[in-house]
Design a protein around this ligand. Structure first.
Ligand SMILES: N[C@@H](CCC(=O)N[C@@H](CS)C(=O)NCC(=O)O)C(=O)O
Length: 216
């Protein structure tokens, strides 16, 4: 069985929990509180030298980091990963875009403005930049969604799942989705997918939730 090291309020971790839920894959969840430094302990660093969640123990002793690489692995041979070469490359194109243009701006704003006490003051110098770049990236998504229902292969894939994670909480960290009607309609389409779960959802009934330190 997979073990997922995750933080509940981390959008990158949420992507993986959402994929596991939609693929109906049971797993063991280990909650890591990055705000308490739990991703920087020697034990955790021995599993992921980069000290970040999400982290999936994909096979005994084999740990996979980077949310979108984990999504790609989980979605292998499922409808969440496109069949055709070009569709696959387009899904990857949007997943790289997510990491380069959405996550560093909307993800950082979400982390510092909603999760870290006093984060707004600490990051005052960066907020304006995150807003500008984040809005630019939302504009790129809006342009695509004006003519497409999803990001790749004309259907819901891991590319939508990756982009959804931080876009759906953008309004919680100063972004205004008002000027982006196509994004708002797409968010609703993603939320209507079978087995969609929210960021707060935990798989307590399927496998059990462990706090860090309780794991084997
Ligand atoms: N590119 C990585 C980013 C992962 C990431 O930034 N994780 C954050 C939580 S959302 C983290 O673990 N931060 C703790 C730290 O850097 O100490 C991914 O997509 O998985």
């Amino acid at each position: 069985m997979y073990t997922l090291y995750s933080m509940q309020r981390s959008g990158n971790s949420y992507k993986v929990r959402l994929a596991l839920a939609q693929l109906r894959i049971p797993y063991r969840l280990v909650e890591i509180d990055i705000l308490k430094g739990e991703s920087r302990t020697p034990e955790f660093l021995s599993k992921n030298p980069n000290g970040q969640v999400p982290l999936l123990e994909a096979a005994p002793g084999r740990h996979l980091a980077e949310s979108n690489a984990i999504l790609w692995h989980l979605a292998s041979r499922t409808p969440l990963r496109p069949e055709h070469r070009l569709d696959r490359a387009e899904a990857l194109q949007w997943m790289f875009f997510e990491q380069h243009s959405i996550e560093p701006h909307i993800g950082s704003a979400y982390f510092w403005l909603t999760l870290v006490k006093g984060g707004r003051d600490l990051q005052q110098h960066a907020v304006e930049d995150w807003m500008e770049e984040g809005n630019r990236a939302l504009g790129v998504m809006e342009k695509h969604l004006k003519h497409h229902r999803y990001f790749a292969a004309n259907r819901y894939t891991v590319a939508d799942l990756a982009l959804y994670a931080y876009t759906h909480v953008a309004h919680e960290c100063d972004f205004d989705l008002g000027p982006f009607p196509a994004i708002r309609a797409w968010l609703a389409r993603v939320e209507a997918q079978p087995d969609h779960v929210s960021m707060d959802w935990r798989p307590e009934s399927s496998a059990g939730l462990l706090k860090v330190g309780q794991g084997a």
